[in-house]
Design a protein around this ligand. Structure first.
Ligand SMILES: [Fe+2]
Ligand SMILES: [Fe+2]
Length: 198
């Protein structure tokens, strides 16, 4: 299966390396724990966007649903962790997501657009990587699990872009998305490989 994100609207510039795939398969338990933290942050971010931008058309219901879906993903990851005897532990942070969040501009409108687009990009990169795990993991049940989650994250990247376009116009959202995607490729290239989703 090809990374789902090629369908857009978020089209990542750089592909994830084969070295990441090897590392993630080899140290899958660590990736799984990091993945739980990612789903937790995705759910929390959806509620944070609902708190910050209730005025955006369709955003409140979309974010309520998003938080619910991401929480369901979190439950499924926690269940897999329990089967493998893994504990969650503290969140050690995600330099990739932090690097993208640092690109969010100040000013109410700019900040709103950037937060929605950064969320779209994180969903797209997560989708790509979960789809890669859905191809590469040796266990067929885990492959099916990751393919299913990748499909869901693919829907999320499209949804965040639709919300950004609805609130700011498609031209402005597309132009800023392209600028952020350029920075995302540079950021990913500058960060060390980790046994983590990003
Ligand atoms: Fe998710
Ligand atoms: Fe998601």
């Amino acid at each position: 299966m090809r990374p789902l994100t090629e369908r857009g609207p978020v089209r990542l510039r750089g592909r994830t390396s084969a070295a990441w795939v090897s590392l993630a398969v080899e140290r899958f338990d660590q990736v799984l724990v990091d993945h739980a933290h990612c789903e937790k942050k995705a759910a929390a971010n959806a509620l944070s966007l609902l708190q910050a931008y209730p005025e955006v058309p369709q955003l409140p219901m979309a974010m309520a649903r998003m938080a619910s879906e991401e929480s369901a993903h979190l439950c499924r990851v926690l269940a897999l962790m329990a089967e493998r005897g893994l504990c969650l532990g503290p969140d050690l942070g995600d330099p990739y997501a932090q690097g993208l969040q640092a690109l969010v501009r100040h000013g109410r409108d700019e900040r709103r657009l950037d937060r929605l687009l950064v969320a779209a990009i994180i969903e797209a990169r997560s989708c790509e990587r979960l789809a890669l795990l859905g191809e590469a993991l040796p266990d067929p049940e885990l492959r099916a699990f990751y393919r299913d989650l990748a499909l869901s994250e693919d829907g999320h990247q499209a949804l965040y872009f639709r919300l950004a376009s609805g609130a700011h116009g498609e031209a402005a959202a597309s132009a800023r998305l392209e600028a952020l995607l350029e920075r995302e490729e540079l950021l990913l290239g500058a960060l060390p490989l980790r046994a983590a989703v990003h």
